[in-house]
Design a protein around this ligand. Structure first.
Ligand code: ADP
Ligand code: MG
Length: 704
């Protein structure tokens, strides 16, 4: 290991680097320390476990003729021409050649001295990303060195690590401080995994693995390193996954030390709820309900995920939990991520609960002034027991003295911190409320074990009876006229349709504009139809009025943005057209499509795209045509995009993985669970130490 030879000249420290502050490293003063603290780096150990996320290969010179746009490479060439170009932006262009091809070096910022030095005939060694320029390939602001003679090497031995960073800390600084940490403190890093548990893997030791990952020698298999399948990387990935898994288990254990109101009172309200429903619950719904009711009867806080595909009927199950809490005279908060969805829950729950003599209150950011003050007062006094709303529920000033249950829909759209804020609103005698989280993002089992090791899970696997799978067709934008004719024909038969205009841009304004334009165009070509419009820029009341008309069949066609994505429930709507479908991800398409096929008519979804189709987009649309199985779609989505994207960035913020990847390293997961169990039972101190080594400290999270 090359580590040894370099390290020998340095002073070793066998002190635990976890107890040494970063400021012990040369060049790290209070200012830099403050910047590092922003990304949770406080000790030398944190530096050692701050791993590169990619590597540059600066060990080889690539012939210019072999360079491709997008490559990050070293090239060496002789200056053929240098001069200023006055294009759209003034720049200094320097053409270099190595006999195999020509490349332009482009500088936008340069001094006259710099310009004077770049003389024809001199040699340039450049490192940077190759881009397609107006005439030929170019590098913009590469790192470069100028010399009289042709440089014989690329100048750097060993692969160059690139570290994730924070503003104001450059790669050079990262290399300096990691070098110091490795040379002086690596020896102090302790192996926390007992030999016995690691043996089957034949991994390098922890110290060797760390050195290798920070400073891979030139003969490292670059492909393996890039794919993160190098044994050193896998060794660290296993440890990281283990640490996160353990932290979730600890969180769960900690939660169990809190108490929650045991809801055991049964005064017939729940019975009445079931009897008044317009349908009978399915066996899956019943099972989920009994699991939840049994949790609610315990004096430890429930944290349960209710998962079920779009349209599987989660709301009625949540409703039963709500009723049980009301029956026990506790307050309940039901929270949804969008106003439209929250309104939908408000309406549904009101329809089910009003007849049982229960009032439902509404709170969103748009409830202001006297109305808001009155509601807050009534909540504080305990007069209002059930409130449905958006994130406004966890704002300052909203107090629930008897909060017993929090229901959160589509929680991956909320940050965990927000969920916590709501939980902390309720403290009945130091108790914390039960939590029920609903999600339509089905999570493959192995992932669920890792992500939700702290949650109990109830699943609704089968849709209510009588549903027919939505038929999906994929058509090119050029066949728009046919699609319009199809919408007209369907509406003439008394069916209702959605026409969705999704994100053209990240901007709600542009999205609203696109929907407005589309609505105008459709009105012009379909004068016989009653057409409505909803988008995110409308006032909630207007939005709700349009939705109401659509729901009451006062409209044939609803033109909408993706505001209707989650939760909207109009069973008579059986046709949906989605424009620019190629721009949407699988999860979003699946959610949107889930708005139809809720009634007994055969539903149809038309995915309209503009060609040419990129290959990923083609794969997505083909999959949507082939299947309506949310589980299958989620699995594929995970493959295409990775778990961070699928489960939502903020959600996985919990699982900010440095080196591991839940999909790529899924083969490690069974071992992770096994080792975790053994550690907790036999080596509890090591287990704790592992968590503090890898998982960012979040005191609040510890008690979720
Ligand atoms: P999601 O799981 O997507 O939130 P919802 O709770 O909105 O689904 O339910 C979808 C639709 O199915 C609603 O119209 C609801 O009334 C209806 N539904 C739910 N359960 C049943 C059932 N057991 N039988 C018939 N219809 C049901
Ligand atoms: Mg729902």
């Amino acid at each position: 290991m090359p580590a040894k030879s370099t390290a020998k000249t340095q002073v070793h420290s066998s002190r635990d680097p976890n107890r040494i502050p970063v400021t012990a490293l040369k060049g790290v003063g209070p200012q830099l320390a403050a910047k590092l603290a922003r990304i949770d780096i406080r000790t030398v150990q944190d530096v050692l476990f701050h791993l590169p996320f990619r590597y540059q290969d600066r060990t080889r010179v690539t012939p210019i003729g072999a360079a491709r746009a997008g490559d990050e490479i070293v090239v060496v060439g002789q200056i053929e021409h240098a001069g200023i170009s006055y294009g759209r932006r003034r720049s200094l262009l320097c053409t270099i050649s190595d006999g195999s091809g020509l490349l332009t070096v482009r500088l936008f910022h340069f001094s006259s001295a710099q310009q004077a030095r770049l003389k024809r005939g001199l040699w340039l060694r450049c490192f940077g990303e190759v881009r397609r320029g107006p005439a030929k390939l170019e590098m913009v602001h590469p790192e470069y060195e100028l010399s009289e003679r042709k440089p014989q090497t690329a100048g750097i031995e060993g692969l160059t690590p690139v570290y994730p960073s924070t503003e104001g800390v450059g790669q050079g600084m990262w290399r300096r401080i990691t070098t110091q940490a490795l040379q002086q403190h690596l020896r102090g890093v302790t192996e926390l995994l007992p030999d016995r548990l690691l043996k089957p893997w034949r991994f390098p030791s922890l110290q060797a693995a760390l050195w290798h990952v920070h400073r891979p020698p030139a003969d490292t298999d670059v492909e393996q390193l890039r794919a993160v399948t190098d044994p050193s990387q896998q060794r660290l990935a296993l440890e990281e996954l283990l640490a996160h898994h353990l932290s979730l288990r600890f969180a769960r254990r900690k939660r169990r030390t809190h108490s929650a109101p045991a809801m055991r009172e049964d005064n017939g309200l729940l019975q009445a709820y079931w009897e008044a429903l317009p349908f009978r619950p399915t066996p899956d719904q019943r099972r989920a309900c009994s699991q939840i009711l049994s949790d609610l009867g315990e004096a430890t806080p429930m944290l349960r995920l209710l998962q079920g595909d779009v349209g599987s009927g989660k709301t009625v199950v949540a409703g039963a939990a709500v009723v049980r809490a009301l029956e026990n005279r506790y307050q309940v908060a039901v929270m949804a991520p969008t106003e439209l969805l929250a309104e939908q829950h408000y309406r549904t729950l009101s329809a089910w609960l009003h007849p049982l003599g229960q009032n439902v209150a509404w709170l969103s950011g748009r409830v202001v002034g006297r109305e808001r003050n009155e509601l807050l007062g009534a909540l504080q006094a305990g007069d209002v027991r059930l409130v449905v709303g958006t994130h406004a529920l966890f704002q300052r000033g909203v107090e629930f003295p008897r909060l017993g249950l929090v229901v959160v829909d589509e929680q991956h759209r909320f940050g965990v911190d927000q969920r916590l804020a709501l939980r902390d609103k309720g403290s009945v005698d130091m108790q914390i409320p039960h939590q029920l989280i609903m999600t339509a993002t089905p999570i493959p089992r192995t992932l669920a074990m890792s992500f939700y090791a702290d949650l109990d899970v109830s699943s609704i696997e089968h849709l209510p009876p009588g549903r027919k799978a939505v038929e999906t067709v994929v058509v090119r934008e050029s066949r728009r006229a046919e699609v319009v004719a199809r919408v007209e024909a369907a509406c003439r038969e008394g069916r209702q349709a959605y026409w969705v205009c999704p994100i053209i841009d990240e901007s709600e304004v542009l999205e609203a504009q696109a929907a407005t334009d589309t609505e105008a165009a459709l009105r012009a070509s379909l004068p016989g139809l009653r057409i409505g419009l909803v988008h995110g820029r409308m006032r909630p009341r207007e939005k709700e009025k349009v939705m109401e008309r659509f729901r009451n069949t006062g409209l044939d066609l609803l033109v909408a943005t993706t505001v209707i994505e989650v939760g909207v429930d109009v069973p008579n709507a059986s046709l949906m057209v989605i424009e620019n479908a190629e721009r949407l991800g699988l999860a979003q398409l699946h959610q949107l499509r889930g708005r139809i096929g809720r009634g007994s008519d055969q539903a149809c979804c038309v995915l309209m795209y503009r060609s040419p189709l990129a290959s990923q987009a083609r794969t997505r649309l083909a999959l949507m045509r082939e299947t309506t199985d949310g589980f299958e779609i989620a699995r594929k989505d995970l493959e295409l995009r990775g778990p961070g994207e699928v489960l939502g960035r903020r959600q996985t913020g919990l699982m900010q993985l440095m080196i591991a990847d839940l999909v790529r390293d899924r083969e490690l997961l069974p071992a992770v669970e096994k080792i975790a169990r053994a550690l907790i039972d036999e080596y509890p101190d090591q287990a704790q130490a592992l968590v503090s080594r890898w998982v960012a400290e979040d005191p609040d999270y510890a008690s979720v």
